[in-house]
Design a protein around this ligand. Structure first.
Ligand SMILES: [Zn+2]
Length: 614
């Protein structure tokens, strides 16, 4: 049976409240050998209902039940039919008075949440590395669980890491560096399953504040600690605006470069791509974004993936507010202009149903439907409310929203009602004309959507126009540009530049050799589209060393647009696919298959599994 919620679990009958995991990673077989002990709670009106869990390719060997919490006896269970998107239901017959279930199982080497890296795929090149990415519905590939954000649960774990390797989880991590396996973890706050995360590798730690720090491979630790030095300041800013940070410590984990996302807001321990380390803190919007999820997403969570904008729209809005406080309005405006350009470009290629905030993902893989819409359109909606009701009032509203729904999972309908009650229908809100239904349930943007302009970009736009007209770009003019100003300049250049123009820009500014991943990715994309073959070696080097989907997918899409490019892309992909995360492999393989089926990949739906709108 297909269910709108992307879960087989009938959690309203029997609900899992806590999971304890005993995890033994087998790096040689790419499998986790696990024991999961689940605390269950039964609704009285469903005394005979079986416990239904989500699984994906788990090798379940034994299931037992306990009515006293310590003595377990085997019970019968059945793995249901395999669904391509949802995996398999694990149906366990465990009538009352069962209070705990114990499941002995192993994960598959193809588990979609797990990436096993060989030593040569890490920065240190000495030991392997494992990390998880459970959002949206991949937790079930390493934990038998009710894998839906509507179900919040606490968790604890014991992880038996190999010698010299450290285990970290999305729970309180001990900042005193130890290499003493087994590692013990406990998350006392109820979280949705997609926020359970694990990483094991050769890691060092550097403190960046009294409750903040960064974990990274030893060769990166000092650069990472400098790059993310403003983290404590960001938390203080967010607390001042939106209420207390409720998770204890906030650490960052810099992952190897194959990580497919920008960041993942795993509680207490944000997972990050190393591609944001530039040496000038110019891409730390991503930290502001992931930190903002400590309120929107982790504290108040979308109940279903249809409600994803509640996580990402609120988070993108808060990200901008944190940035504005710390780095000033000019910088935020530039990022907002760029986000809006990207949204407009992406939305022009999306079907109407994918342009809605209140979506219906029935029968679809939520990963496939991830676009900038929930992020940028969602933030624009909140910006509209802010402008309509005033910043002071809107900030109060947000603080109340986070208090009211703290540690709950909510639907768009609930959030909409709350907005109506607290803003639109309040004594002073009645006259305010905000077309809420149009924002949530219509494609595109309402005509009244805020338009952001960044004064600092005017001169860059003029420089792009002059450059397009054949005039050189004076070196001193571009000398002070930061990452986003460069991105805007590249974006404002005509779509078709001659190879001579590309070559001239490259010679003057060394763009093919840029160490800033945002600028480099944009330049390499332009190089493919304009047939600038001098950049070919760099394109291959980039695609074989970075797995962040936001960067690699558009480049693959541009490559497969021509027969020659398709051959090049296929060669690169063939030798690189084991380096990419399974989620990235699926996305790139879709690019190839869409190119074959549509013969018009430019029209293929552009989407990326990105966790930063910037
Ligand atoms: Zn996000």
């Amino acid at each position: 049976m297909r269910v709108r919620s992307h879960s087989f679990s009938e959690f309203y009958k029997v609900r899992v409240r806590h999971v304890h995991l005993d995890i033994r990673p087998q790096f040689d077989r790419h499998e986790l050998d696990c024991i999961a002990v689940l605390d269950i709670q039964r609704e009285n009106s469903w005394p005979d209902a079986p416990v239904v869990l989500d699984t994906e390719r788990l090798d379940v060997r034994e299931v037992s039940a306990s009515s006293d919490g310590s003595n377990f006896a085997p019970v019968s269970y059945e793995l249901g039919q395999q669904d391509q998107v949802l995996g398999q239901p694990l149906v366990i017959k465990a009538p009352p008075p069962t209070i705990k279930l114990k499941i002995v199982y192993s994960t598959s080497p193809d588990a979609s949440a797990l990436q096993w890296l060989e030593p040569n795929q890490t920065a240190s090149r000495t030991l392997p590395f494992l990390y998880t990415q459970s959002q949206a519905i991949h937790a079930r590939s390493w934990i038998p669980i009710q894998d839906i954000p509507a179900v919040r649960l606490t968790f604890s774990a014991v992880v038996h890491a190999p010698p010299r390797m450290m285990a970290l989880m999305s729970a309180g991590n001990n900042e005193q560096l130890t290499h003493d396996s087994p590692y013990h973890f406990r998350m006392e706050k109820p979280v949705p399953p997609y926020l359970i995360a694990l990483a094991i590798g050769r890691l060092d730690f550097a403190s960046t504040g009294y409750r903040t720090g960064v974990y990274a491979e030893p060769s990166l630790i000092h650069r990472a600690a400098y790059e993310f030095g403003d983290t404590e300041k960001m938390i203080e800013t967010a607390e001042r605006l939106f209420g207390l940070y409720r998770w204890g410590r906030y650490d960052l984990l810099v992952l190897p470069p194959s990580f497919p996302c920008g960041g993942m807001e795993n509680p207490c321990l944000t997972f990050l791509t190393p591609t944001v380390i530039t040496g000038d803190r110019s891409l730390v919007a991503l930290i502001a974004h992931e930190l903002a999820h400590s309120w929107s997403g982790n504290l108040v969570t979308n109940k279903n993936w249809d409600d994803f904008w509640l996580n990402e729209g609120f988070t993108t809005y808060i990200e901008h507010r944190i940035q504005e406080e710390i780095y000033g309005k000019d910088r935020v405006e530039v990022e907002q202009v760029l986000s809006r350009l990207s949204l407009d470009e992406e939305m022009s290629k999306l079907e109407n149903r994918d342009q809605l905030l209140d979506t219906d993902l029935t029968d679809r893989d939520p990963d496939e439907a991830m676009t900038l819409v929930p992020y940028v359109k969602g933030a624009l909606f909140l910006q509209t409310l802010e402008q309509t009701f005033g910043r002071a009032r809107f900030d109060r509203f947000l603080r109340d929203y986070f208090d009211h729904f703290a540690f709950q999972s909510v639907t768009t309908a609930q959030a909409k009602q709350y907005i109506r009650d607290k803003l639109l229908n309040s004594a002073t809100g009645r006259a305010a004309p905000v077309p809420v239904d149009e924002w949530l349930s219509e494609p595109g943007l309402p005509p009244s959507a805020p338009v952001v302009e960044a004064r600092v970009l005017t001169s860059i736009q003029e420089a792009a126009l002059r450059c397009a007209a054949g005039m050189p770009l004076p070196r001193q003019e571009a000398a002070g540009w930061d990452s986003h100003q460069w991105l805007y300049f590249l974006n404002e250049l005509p779509a078709d530049l001659t190879a001579a123009k590309m070559s001239q820009l490259d010679a003057e500014f060394g763009l093919s050799q840029s160490t800033n991943s945002e600028i480099l990715a944009r330049w390499l994309l332009m190089s493919v589209r304009n047939g600038y073959h001098a950049a070919d070696p760099r394109i291959e080097e980039f695609l074989t060393s970075v797995g962040r989907l936001k960067y690699i997918k558009p480049i693959y899409e541009a490559l497969v647009a021509t027969p020659d490019g398709r051959t090049v892309a296929a060669d690169i992909y063939d030798k690189t696919k084991s380096f990419y995360h399974p989620i990235a492999r699926t996305a790139v393989e879709q690019v190839f298959s869409q190119a074959l089926t549509t013969r018009d990949p430019e029209r293929a739906v552009a989407h990326s599994l990105e966790h930063s709108a910037s």
